[in-house]
Design a protein around this ligand. Sequence first.
Ligand SMILES: Nc1nc2c(c(=O)[nH]1)N[C@H]1C(S)=C(S)[C@@H](COP(=O)(O)O)O[C@H]1N2
Ligand SMILES: [Mo]
Length: 227
Amino acid sequence: MMSGALPPGQHERPRLERFGLGWFANKLGFEHGTLKLRIDGDVMQPGELTSLAALPRTTQRSDFHCVTTWSVRDLNWAGVRFADFHAHCTSHHGVSPDATLVVLHGLDGYRNALPLADLLATDVLLADALAGEALPLAHGAPLRLVAPAHYGYKNVKHLTRIEYLRDARGYRFAFPYPQFMDHPRARVALEERARGWPAWLLRPFYRLLAPLARWRSRRALDRHVDD
Ligand SMILES: Nc1nc2c(c(=O)[nH]1)N[C@H]1C(S)=C(S)[C@@H](COP(=O)(O)O)O[C@H]1N2
Ligand SMILES: [Mo]
């Protein structure tokens, strides 16, 4: 089989382009050249990781699916498995055995959360490279989440903080976006695009909005002087 069918409601695009929520599109004035990843929340010893060198590396080819209905096939990522990162956090930071939710924070102010159990799947990476090159600013430098079974909006870019939580208390989807846009799991195969709204209604609505979001994302990057 050359390539399987795409998940329900998705169509293929030839390459990955910068994409995101408009509110964060031009919030690019951060230092992305060096890793500074804070680990906190329900952990005994909060701390900061400035290198992934102590963790085993892996590469992975996977498809990427945005909730606005586009997909890109066969992207070549490299980095560390979230499961290996989590093992490191468990031994070095004392993650609470009751932690069930992980909030991922980006340097642009974006955030999202996934159940810890979902992040432990073997295809979930903290990626610092794409197509054999260091992860570019457009795609989430210095480090991003890659969770292929979950819609793009769970794949937080520009990671700066990983917060373990015992429950969802205190977690809120990226301001100023409405909670309904953030399904707690957002599994692509089950078309969990959002909470409360049926997929058949969201597909055409999101599909209509995608070109605008893509244009805003690209324009913001073009205008950003990266020195
Ligand atoms: N920090 C941050 N991460 C983010 C976003 C964002 O706006 N900011 N947008 C999400 C959305 S909606 C998608 S589809 C993907 C897009 O990834 P790309 O820019 O590499 O194509 O990033 C996700 N992660
Ligand atoms: Mo997306």
